[in-house]
Design a protein around this ligand. Sequence first.
Ligand SMILES: [Mn+2]
Length: 332
Amino acid sequence: MNLKTNTRLADIASCLAGAKKVAVVSHLRPDADAIGSLMGLALSLERLGKIVIPVLEDGVPENLAFLPRSEFIRRPADMGIVDDLDVAVSVDTASKERIGTGCLAALAEARTWINVDHHGTNPCYGDLFYIDSRQPAAGQIIYELLQESGMPIDDAIRQHLYAAISTDTGSFQYSSTNPRTLRIVGELMDAGLDHAELCRLLYQTFPKRRLQLQRAVLNEMTFRADDRIASWILTHETLKASDVQPGDTEGLIDILRCVDTVIAAVIFEEMPEGRVRVSARSKDLRLNVANVCALFEGGGHAMAAGARLRGPTDEVAERFLQALENEVRRIA
Ligand SMILES: [Mn+2]
């Protein structure tokens, strides 16, 4: 756990209660935990009569636009510096840089920063923070915050928090899932959440290009370290050929993870300006992929982490896989 002491959730709630104008923000390339925890909090604050500004550097990806009120989320490009801002809250965001330069500029005059997250590598930035790496999703912490403080929770908020928790736990399959996670789902359903419909939209509704991507993974995946490491490179060509949109690649790595011999799965994604985005997953509790990513100035969770590298993709991939292989060989 963290060496610094978390602010109590009750104190975060009372800071929010005293604010008139609150911005809520999350990380670049937002996933469903980013959007769900952001909107869970934003919609509850709105119900309390606050002026609420939900903002994401990259906006909402197409695959998550079905979530309620997603059009409420703004992008910094469409706004100036927010004045009279009492509080800015970042959720699910392991470092201040991950908020994005546009958002940071727009929210620069916030009188108080609150940082709520579940990444163990979070350096506890902000004036008030609550970091709990035992929680599988930022959405689970936001649920506890709303629940403990008696803040409003309506159907839209329940959908957002469910989307956050369910996706970050791999539909409650990952080891990060705890008993409370499943109790929370029970509470959300007791309160009327249509869980099957939400799962259909989250997990069973894809554009065709998503299948084209899956086909590319199956055609091009490679294995090493006695098939214990599986990896795939998502090239500019594939990105173009399949007209990949933000969000399409979410969960693709599970195809590699599922191979019986594999304990580490990695996807390298070519980004603009010669950068490569690395996503790594571990299936073995003894293998901490956040440590491997930290060698490349990345971070995340023990079982799911990432980094951004610079250089020719094949070279970058080989360097990362070599470092990963060293770790894999150490444990068996
Ligand atoms: Mn998360």
